[in-house]
Design a protein around this ligand. Structure first.
Ligand SMILES: NC(=O)C1=CN([C@@H]2O[C@H](COP(=O)(O)OP(=O)(O)OC[C@H]3O[C@@H](n4cnc5c(N)ncnc54)[C@H](O)[C@@H]3O)[C@@H](O)[C@H]2O)[C@@H](O)CC1
Ligand SMILES: [K+]
Length: 518
């Protein structure tokens, strides 16, 4: 598990190291500069002509120190001090004085600099101290840097990317490498920040563990060693040991979603998977997945005791229930969901059309239109504890009755609204999914854009259900499930490619992920 920090938390770690432990800031700055240079030295040669572009804050100070180290080591290097010389931080002023004493070339105005003369750029304009949108001369500097053809190394952050949420503040440097210090920043994991970072290199610049531990952060991500969290499989076992999943899915002609969800649940280790669907899907599902048990319902007879009893029994024998994939949004589908919700005492995984049905239902009440809070409260009251909602951005927009663009631009704030006063777990699906429960925020770092294809969401529901069926707590299952899903997508992309892979390839990828082959 890797802790992630925002700018405030990183500044608190800096402050603890400096003021409580007593490490002089110049020592940290030197370490930072040496780590930038050692990363650069893997890609540069003495033939390169390097320009270090510096701001007036400590990020610029890191750049000035890196320029000196490069000069000392025999590289051809110039400096462009793009920040206001009247606003230099104390450490940056010290670094500048050293460079002046060394008689280095230091440009002060954009007009003086011919970027075409340089083969390598170092971006030390802004780091975690970025406060507002970049404009005017600084924006012009970044525009020049982005048209440059050589490698760009960013110091700590690509200038212009917010460490807090990965957003571009006005404009931002598109780096090839970002060398960051101490801890990974939230804005380096979320998009678009993640893309602007290029290859992210995290370096140790001497923050003592106590400085890092002094700051609590609600953000983290998983890495490969977290696969050890998978539920242990007892040797003395039978199919009952590994739990029973019910998948309520698949309207007429929509059996594919049910199939993918059920297949993924089996491939993630569920003992038994039952699919509740309409009779017309029976033959095809039996042919595709004979391992699944099928219960068929007649949507036209939902008011009869017989159909209700069928639903009640299926719900009663399950450890976890997936509802939504390929269900459609008809009144009959809603009725099925109402019965399932009424009888269920186990966690539900509410996906796709189940979310759309809830949104449509809320829209029928004038009081609930535009009232996100009321809608989320209502969900919390009507769903069993431990239930996971897995909306993608559009589904979430419908559910919350807010524009999708607002949600996309404020994913972390949206997570805060969703989890306020609730027992539900939210998986906010995006290129970097956020799993949120109470105050914790898991940011997922696995997966790739080949997964933006139909059916991968159905696969995710099956994975989550299987983990819960095997005894995992819902929040842990959601985090690990999202991580495994992304890794399986990475396996699929490596075996096929990002264009050709389809959802069933992601299911196939589970084999390598769960078999410890990655
Ligand atoms: N002691 C420390 O705190 C350490 C800091 N380090 C470096 O210092 C960086 C943080 O330094 P600072 O806090 O000085 O911040 P930055 O150097 O990131 O930038 C802050 C400066 O930019 C100005 N500014 C912010 N947003 C602006 C905008 N949109 N347009 C124009 N000016 C803007 C601020 O007023 C301030 O002068 C880190 O990212 C890291 O690179 C490292 O040297 C390690 C130790
Ligand atoms: K930077």
């Amino acid at each position: 598990m890797k802790k992630l920090v925002n700018s405030k938390q990183m500044k608190a770690i800096d402050a603890y190291a400096i003021h409580t432990i007593g490490i002089p800031p110049l020592v940290l700055m030197e370490n930072a500069a040496y780590s930038v240079v050692s990363c650069m030295e893997k890609s540069i040669s003495k033939e390169d002509i390097i320009l270090v572009v510096c701001g007036s804050g400590n990020n610029g100070g890191d750049g000035l120190a890196a320029a000196r180290i490069l000069l000392n080591r025999g590289y051809q290097v110039d400096v462009f001090l793009a920040g206001n010389p009247a606003h230099l931080s104390e450490e940056t002023a010290t670094q500048l004085k050293i460079l002046e004493n060394l008689e280095m070339v230091i440009w002060n105005h954009l007009e003086e600099v011919n970027f075409a003369n340089y083969t390598i750029l170092v971006d030390a304009l802004f780091g975690i101290g970025l406060e507002r949108d970049i404009e005017d001369e600084q924006a012009a500097v970044i525009a020049e840097m982005n048209t440059h053809e050589g490698i760009i190394f960013a110091v700590d952050m690509p200038s212009g990317i917010s460490a807090d949420d990965g957003k571009v503040k006005g404009t931002a440097v598109r780096a090839d490498y970002t060398v960051t210090f101490g801890e990974e920043k939230v804005g380096q994991i979320l998009f678009p920040g993640s893309e602007y970072c290029g290859t992210l290199v995290v370096t140790d610049i001497g923050f003592p563990p106590s400085a890092v531990d002094s700051v609590a952060s609600e953000f983290y991500r998983y890495e490969k060693m977290d696969l050890a969290r998978l539920p242990w499989r007892r040797a003395y076992s039978n199919k009952g040991t590994f739990g029973r999943v019910l998948i309520v899915a698949g309207a007429k002609n929509m059996s594919g979603a049910a199939y993918l969800s059920a297949l993924a649940a089996y491939r993630t280790g569920a003992g038994l998977v039952e699919i509740m669907t309409v009779e017309s899907n029976r033959l095809i599902l039996q042919g595709q997945l004979p391992e699944a048990i099928l219960t068929t319902i007649n949507p036209d007879l939902l008011d009869t005791t017989e159909e209700k009893e069928k639903i009640k029994q299926a719900v009663g024998r399950s450890d976890v229930i997936v509802m939504g994939p390929g269900l459609g949004v008809s009144d009959k589908a809603k009725k099925v969901l109402d019965f399932v919700t009424l009888y269920a005492q186990v966690p539900l995984i509410v996906d796709a059309d189940a979310i759309n049905i809830a949104a449509r239902y809320f829209n029928t009440f004038p009081l609930m239109r535009g009232n996100t809070c009321l809608r989320l409260n209502e969900l919390n009251n009507s769903l069993p504890k431990g239930t996971i909602l897995t909306p993608h951005l559009l589904e979430l927009a419908r559910l919350m009755d807010q524009p999708a663009s607002d949600i996309q631009d404020n994913l972390l704030k949206t997570a805060d609204s969703c989890t306020k006063d609730t027992d539900l777990v939210y998986v906010l699906k995006d290129a970097r999914s956020v799993v949120a429960y109470e105050d914790e925020r898991y940011l997922n770092y696995s997966g790739n854009n080949g997964m933006a294809t139909a059916g991968t969401g159905d696969v995710l529901t099956g994975i989550l259900a299987a983990l819960i069926a095997q005894g995992m707590d819902s929040f842990e299952a959601a985090k690990l499930g999202v991580y495994i899903h992304g890794l399986a997508g990475d396996v699929a992309a490596a075996k096929k490619n990002r264009y050709s892979m389809i959802a069933s390839d992601v299911v196939n990828g589970l084999e390598d992920v769960l078999g410890g082959m990655i």
